[in-house]
Design a protein around this ligand. Sequence first.
Ligand code: ZN
Length: 501
Amino acid sequence: MKRILLSLLISAALAGCTQVRNPATGELQYTTLSQQDELRLGAQEHPKVLAEFGDAYEGHRAAAYVTEVGRRLVAVSELPEQQFTFTLLNSPVVNAFALPGGYVYVTRGLLALAADEAELAGVIAHEIGHVTGRHTAQRHTQSAAAQGTGMLGVLLGGLFAGEAGARAAAQLAQAAAPAWVMSYSREQEFEADELGIRYLTRAGYDPRAMASFLGRLQGQAQLEARRTGRSAEAEQNIYASHPRTLDRVARAAEAAAAQAGGPGQRNRAAYLAAVDGMRYGGDPAHGLVIGRSFVQPAMGFRFDAPEGFTLFNSPSRVIGRSADGAVMVFDADQRQTADVASYLQRQWPGQGATRAVWPGRVDGHDAATGLAVGRIGNQVRQVLVGAIDAGEDRVWRFQFVTQQLDQRSAGAYQAAVESFRFLSPAEAARYPGQMIRVHEVRPGERLETLMPGASPDLLADVRLINGLPLEGGQPEAGRTIKLIVPATGGTPVAEAGGGTG
Ligand SMILES: [Zn+2]
């Protein structure tokens, strides 16, 4: 988390080191942040996390459930009195992380992926371990993202707006990755796993849930890799930060289970009750990524990214990346010129960057595409730009950059701009989003019949979140599973709500 890292580094530079006894491990260690500093830092970064991840998911019992599980684990930690803040983020991305000062985050995507309460508890216990272990995030470069970040720098102002724009782009590249990898050292990850297993066991959970959930993350990374055409190792996801810990965690968990003298709880029924009716995937209010299409029912439009692009939605823009390193950005702007063509000529990208503009129409609205030049380091790149009149002096706009813009890629990018369509209210209503519905399987039932009309991608998703083989796996009769069904009646709200105590 670049922005948070930056704050940590600045604080470190100002504070100087002090020696403290680590509350979880009992070891003396040098730290640059006092507990007060950590609390202040967490409180300062918390709203930024909410903004980047589309806010907390509230109004459903799942949010209170995450807090209840978290409190049960904190109570058996070395810091039972410290204030912890547990947040269920309204994001389809699979992720969990902690900030100094006791802020622990779990996404909807991660909650949906877990098999039971013990697996959720394992993730939360690991994050609590980072807090009680007083781990300070460390800076290390993420070379895999570097190329794409450079491209994004061009698109988001590295050329046009100078260094500040490039820094914003680097931060965004992190936010737009499929998951947000916190930069802890390997030793800190091991320690968080060990502390997590300790808390799981003390709280009466089956400590082996820690390893079984890592197995699920592995499956998720493989499915993601298959979809984007990259290797599982190249993906920036939560699993990528833990790949070689699986064996070690499994051994530690087995040892803990053997010592515990009982099987430990899994609490699958409580977990299923908590996620029943929870939103799954994107929130239509933020826009939905469906294959390589982006649909924004609330604002009434959709478009299709070029073949081979994977889209990531963030609150302020949609970013696409292709397996061969091309990058696209879609967002909105306020037009201050007479028309859309002059917007591309004079206002954006600006400063004489645009070399050619072709006015046209897209779905009956004024539109224009153009070629601009950008610079990555000392290399000049051509950028295909497009803008569509959105009414009230606003424009929807596209930017595409690739290593070598040729006839074929330019044609594909132009086609993506022209795929833009405005949605009528009736069309928009066809995208209610999805939710989880818990179902006990009856003899002879198959996923294809339980989820009629589901795409192969959605069937792979439902197999993943139920721990079934991704190719053709079917649930056993009598098993209660999580189906993914169209959302009904807006955000489903729990009957009673657990309260946050
Ligand atoms: Zn960790």
